[in-house]
Structure formats: structure tokens, C-alpha cells
Design a binder for this molecule. Structure first.
Ligand SMILES: *Cc1c(COP(=O)(O)O)cnc(C)c1O
Length: 414
């Protein structure tokens, strides 16, 4: 806001000008934080941080002027002390079970949550992590974060996979967090080498062979722990997990501060499989107990997609064999009929390509537009194995496609 225009009738314009400049410097800080999304080279003073939080909080609906909330959750806070301590940010983050989703009633809180994840990612990068993928700060401590991660891993593995191999570390929370997730924990003894206890990789390998890799959910390795236990050889474990196609979670509770550990975790997700790495917020960022950071390498996302692609291709090929449309010649309806049926069944993203479609783009005219050539030789349908596609979605897609194909064949026969 421009104070100098109307304010100068109240106090001298030269003083006002100076005050205005001071305000603008802070605005500039806010703007660069929002555009660069990295930790500022020079830390902010407390006043700037408070001003920023006040502005952000004013964007949450409970803090709107004249707000009237008539829902069951309207960010009502009984104690002024508590409201003040939270800068009026009371709506929480996430939506309906997805902590990363935007909260419609709370633009400010949602923005703050996104920024927090990005700044934390920057901090992890400075600490020595390379090729970082998603970074999430979650409002539960390390042990609970391990439990939640195990549960997430469980949902992506065959239902019989219930064993978690766990190179022993004598910290009670580590074991309790696994037991709480309802898995069968197999404590694995460490190998005594010199005066250290080291990962017994071949012991892990023979245990997987004994249990059968399909029955193993994964391995939980630990990097930060008390002597004489050494950090697990996460590179060797990651390679083993990639080879055996089992999950791998790294408990890096207070390892952000040790570059040796951040580097070896980076090597682990570059050379093998690491599903998630978990660290404590209090132990690494000097804040009160009660939070954790979950991160993974950027390759993990790619790996998932690369794993999905051949499975999706195989599923589509066997579907095509079983569902030859076989419409009598001449009576075949346009494939766009199939496209519209799929659309009505809420299948999005497929592209139905009819033959001989002429189209003009920017003054150029094309035959068979959409198929990248004049005539591909047949009509077809595309489906993509994109980042984030799950095998469940592929199966559901094929189920609905099957229903649409029947309608298509029936329509053709009429
Ligand atoms: C601190 C710690 C935990 C437990 O952390 P909480 O935040 O209390 O859940 C688990 N494992 C290791 C190795 C730790 O150092």
C-alpha cells in the first residue's frame, strides 16, 4: 500500500518516505521467497517472519473480515492464547485424507505447507542429498512416520508380503513403529567387524530366499544410531531390494546433519531401491518434538513408472486379444462412439483416433490428424502409463473399456 499519498497530510513526507521504503524492503523479501522457493541466503529477522505469517493467515477464511462460518469445522479456537500462538492459522492442511491436497477454506495455510516442503527440500539439498524427489513435512514424529510409510508400502505390494526384515537397532520406537503397522518383523543380527556392528547383507539375502521375496514387504534400514552399531550399508541394501523387487525404507532419524549419511543415501537411491527416507524435525532442525520429514529420490518416481509400463502393455495386449470388436463390415460405427462411451464412464485421458480425419492447424492441413501420419491403417485408442498411474487404475480402465466394447459391438450389430 502507498502510505505517502494520504499519510503526508499527517506527518512530514520525508519521514513517511523512509518508512515506506522500510516496508518495501520487507515486501521484496516476501516476493523473492515466493518466487525462488529456497531458503534465503540471509535469514529473516523475527519481525519479517511475523509480518509474513500475519499476511498469510489473513488469507484463511476464518480470518476474513465479517466471516460467518456455518459448517461443523470453521477453525474456531476457544483460547486466545492458542489462536495467537498459531497466528490464527487454525484450518490445518490437506483435505479428506490427502495431506498434500489444498484446503479450500485455507489458502494461507495451504501456501505455507507448500512453502515448508520446498524450503525443507532446499535444506536437505544443502545437507548433501542429490536427485531429491518429493519432500513432505508431516505433523507426526519419526516413529509414527515410519508406521505410516510401512502402511503406504503395504498397499503397493502383493497382499501376502507381510515380513519386514529389520537389521537390529536397539531403539524401542524403531521396533514398535513396525509392530504398530501390523507387519511380521524379522530382526536381523548385525555382523561384528572390528569394534563395529555392520550390516550382514548376505544374511539379508538368504533370509529373503528362505521366506520367498513375494512374502517380504521390504527392509527397514537405519543410518543414524549409537555406537557400536554402524550405519547400515544402505547402498548394498538398496541394490538388494531392487534385485529382489521388495521395498526399502531408511530410518535416517538424525542423519540430515551428517553429510556422509546424506551422500550414501543419495548413492543408495541412485543405484538401487529406496522407497522413502524418514528423519525427525526436532533432531535435525531444532524445533519442538512432533514432526518428521519424509523424502525420496527423484528416480523413485521414474522407477515406478518404468515398472508399470511393461505390466500395462501386457494387460492391454491380452485385453486386445480377448476383445476383438469383430463388427460386420459396413456396419461398423465410428470409433468416436467408443470414445463417447468411455467419456460417459468417467475414463479420462484416452485418445480415440478415427481414420481419415482432416484438420487444419495454423494454415496447414493434415489428413489423419491425431495419428501423426495421413493414414495409420486402423483406428485406435491410446492410454498412457504416466507418472503416478497405478496398476489399479489400469485394471479399472480395462474393466470399463470392456463394458464400452460390448456396447460398441452391440451398436454395430443393430
Ligand atoms: C529418535 C529416533 C526414533 C524415534 O523418533 P520419534 O520422533 O520419537 O518417533 C526412531 N529411530 C531412531 C534411530 C531415532 O534416533
Amino acid at each position: 500500500m502507498d502510505w505517502s499519498a494520504s499519510g503526508s497530510t499527517l506527518i512530514s513526507s520525508s519521514y513517511l518516505e523512509q518508512g515506506q521504503q522500510a516496508l518495501q524492503r520487507r515486501r521484496k523479501l516476501f516476493r523473492s521467497l515466493l518466487s525462488e522457493r529456497r531458503l534465503p541466503t540471509r535469514g529473516w529477522d523475527d519481525h519479517s517472519i511475523e509480518l509474513f505469517l500475519q499476511e498469510v493467515a489473513a488469507m484463511d477464511s476464518n480470518n476474513f473480515l465479517d466471516n460467518i462460518g456455518v459448517g461443523e469445522r470453521e477453525a474456531r479456537v476457544a483460547s486466545g492464547l492458542v489462536a495467537h500462538r498459531h497466528y490464527g492459522l487454525a484450518h490445518g492442511i490437506g483435505r479428506s485424507g490427502d495431506i498434500a491436497a489444498e484446503q479450500p477454506k485455507a489458502a494461507g495455510s495451504s501456501l505455507l505447507a507448500k512453502l515448508t516442503n520446498l524450503l525443507t527440500k532446499d535444506a536437505l539439498r544443502l545437507a548433501g542429498f542429490g536427485d531429491l524427489g518429493t519432500v513432505s513435512v508431516i505433523p507426526v514424529a519419526t516413529g509414527m512416520a515410519i508406521t505410516l510409510t510401512i502402511l503406504a508400502l503395504k498397499s503397493s505390494r502383493p497382499s501376502g508380503a507381510e515380513y519386514v526384515l529389520w537389521p537390529r537397532v536397539d531403539q524401542k520406537t524403531c521396533l514398535k513403529s513396525l509392530v504398530l503397522a501390523g507387519v511380521k518383523v524379522v530382526p536381523m543380527p548385525m555382523m561384528h567387524i572390528g569394534d563395529q556392528l555392520c550390516t550382514d547383507t548376505s544374511g539379508l539375502e538368504s533370509k529373503i530366499a528362505e521366506l520367498g521375496s513375494a512374502n517380504v514387504l521390504g527392509i527397514v534400514s537405519t543410518t543414524s544410531c549409537f555406537a557400536p552399531r554402524a550405519a547400515d550399508d544402505v547402498v548394498a541394501v538398496a541394490k538388494l531390494c531392487a534385485k529382489q523387487d521388495i521395498g526399502h525404507i531408511i530410518n535416517n532419524a538424525y542423519g540430515v546433519q551428517a553429510q556422509q549419511l546424506t551422500r550414501s543415501i543419495t548413492a543408495a537411491w541412485r543405484r538401487g531401491r529406496v522407497d522413502a527416507v524418514i528423519q525427525s524435525t526436532d533432531k535435525n532442525f531444532m524445533v519442538p518434538v512432533g514432526g518428521a520429514v519424509i523424502c525420496a529420490g527423484s528416480k523413485h518416481d521414474k522407477l515406478e513408472r518404468e515398472e508399470l509400463l511393461p505390466r500395462m502393455q501386457a494387460a492391454l495386449a491380452s485385453f486386445a486379444q480377448a476383445h476383438d470388436p469383430n463388427a460386420p463390415p459396413g456396419k461398423k460405427p465410428s470409433i468416436t462412439f467408443l470414445g463417447s462411451k468411455l467419456f460417459s464412464k468417467c475414463v479420462s485421458g484416452t485418445r480415440v483416433i478415427a481414420r481419415g480425419k482432416a484438420h487444419t492447424v495454423a494454415g496447414y492441413s493434415f489428413q489423419g490428424y491425431g495419428s501423426h501420419c495421413d493414414d495409420f491403417g486402423s483406428e485406435y485408442l491410446t492410454a498412457a502409463a504416466a507418472l503416478g498411474t497405478t496398476m489399479n487404475e489400469v485394471h479399472e480402465f480395462l474393466h470399463r473399456l470392456g463394458i464400452c466394447m460390448k456396447q460398441y459391438a452391440k451398436h454395430a450389430g443393430e
